[in-house]
Design a protein around this ligand. Structure first.
Ligand SMILES: Cc1cc2nc3c(=O)[nH]c(=O)nc-3n(C[C@H](O)[C@H](O)[C@H](O)COP(=O)(O)O)c2cc1C
Length: 362
């Protein structure tokens, strides 16, 4: 018996197993619309037995993209481009979700393999926004473009853009919706005191700093069908003094749970250059924090960070540290990681695969 290969029902959706693919920007969209790359990238994981696939950070407005190659859901052409990918993933037995978000003051950057630095407005970039006018990296040369501090009207308009993208996500065939509340992007940058020094209703104490995230989640829950799961990715710690702690995030997760959030995806870091990165070897420490958040809130959680091995993933689920083991980079190394782990754990992979593959598995 494997806990990792037990199905998981969340609302009306059943995952065939507890293996998830974490959201990963592919920087391969055209004007925010999916390309053949997405069919191959998402399709491979769906064919390989992954239970839950969370599609990459998908911007709710054009200026919310991290790079010009990032995905978006602010127009109907983008829905039309991604819908066949989602239909294909579903036909393979995977549940496909999407992470909608806004990159805030980290937007308007070059692709990682082009250096990842902010792009000037006259060189492929665009004006950016944030909780204040403070730049992400004032001492560096990479991400030092100045954002415009959002007005309260801007904040309300942004929540409306999240709602519009949520409706488009449904039209596109996604069955799970994740709001990106991590990694120093817009919603996290409002929540963390490392960035948010506002003195209005959207700053100050926990109530003020969490307001944008809470209001946005509540508005999205109104339009995202009750029968489908809603998730939020949090940076469950900022990793540095003066930043958000696991206790702050437990309080946030409980508030989001009470607003109808079904799952918390427990990531970390990314608020400032000094806060530990959201990708890297030390993300492994996040699994323990995910376990604490699950214990103290009773909410369904996904753990992420350096999960690469079948026994490791099995232990995370069997010991109750998390409900879903999300793997990001391991899916790049091996898109059929679920099939591999089933075989390593002595589990019959057949029920986890489309019949074109499963029929031949002995
Ligand atoms: C290429 C790449 C793109 C990523 N894009 C996103 C993203 O769009 N949204 C997000 O929340 N995290 C993103 N991440 C972070 C991963 O989802 C994950 O949290 C992190 O890589 C740690 O997990 P891992 O050790 O399994 O790779 C990305 C990571 C990689 C490697």
């Amino acid at each position: 018996m494997s806990a990792l290969f037990e199905p998981l029902k969340i609302k009306d959706i059943t995952l065939r197993n507890r293996i998830g693919m974490g959201p990963m920007c592919q920087y391969s969209s055209h004007d925010g619309a999916a390309t053949d790359w997405h069919m191959a990238h998402i399709g491979a994981a769906a064919m390989g037995g992954t239970g839950l696939i969370i599609a990459e950070a998908t911007a709710v407005t054009p200026d919310g993209r991290i790079t010009p190659g990032c995905a978006g859901l602010w127009n109907d052409a983008q829905v039309a481009a991604i819908a066949p990918v989602n239909a294909f993933a579903k036909s393979c037995g995977a549940v496909i979700g999407v992470q909608i978000g806004h990159a805030g003051r980290k937007a308007s950057a070059a692709r990682p393999w082009d250096g990842g630095a902010h792009l000037a407005d006259d060189n492929g970039g665009w004006p950016i926004v944030g909780p204040t006018g403070e730049v992400f990296d004032k001492d560096g040369t990479r991400l030092n473009k100045a954002p415009t501090a959002m007005s309260i009207a801007d904040i309300h308009a942004m929540t409306a853009s999240f709602v519009a993208a949520a409706k488009r996500s449904l039209d596109a065939g996604y069955e799970m919706l994740e709001i990106h509340g991590a990694h120093g992007y817009l919603l996290h940058s409002f929540f963390t005191p490392l960035v948010n020094t506002r003195t209005d209703a959207y700053g100050g104490d926990f109530e003020g700093r969490s307001r944008f995230m809470r209001d946005t989640v509540a508005a999205v829950r109104e339009v995202w069908p009750d029968r489908l799961p809603l998730a939020v990715r949090l940076s469950v710690t900022d990793w540095i003094d003066g930043g958000l702690t696991i206790e702050d995030n437990i309080q946030m997760a409980a508030a989001l749970r009470d607003l109808g959030v079904d799952m918390i995806d427990c990531s970390g870091g990314g608020a400032t250059p000094a806060a530990r990165a959201s990708v890297g070897t030390r993300t492994a420490d996040q699994v323990g924090l995910a376990a604490q958040l699950r214990r103290e809130t009773g909410v369904i959680t996904a753990a992420v960070g350096c999960i690469t091995d079948a026994k490791q993933a099995e232990k995370i689920i069997a010991s109750g540290q998390a409900d879903i083991a999300l793997m990001a980079r391991e899916h790049l190394r091996d898109p059929h990681v679920a099939l591999r782990m089933a075989r390593e754990l002595g589990v019959d992979p057949k029920p986890h695969l489309p019949q074109q593959y499963g029929f031949y598995m002995g």
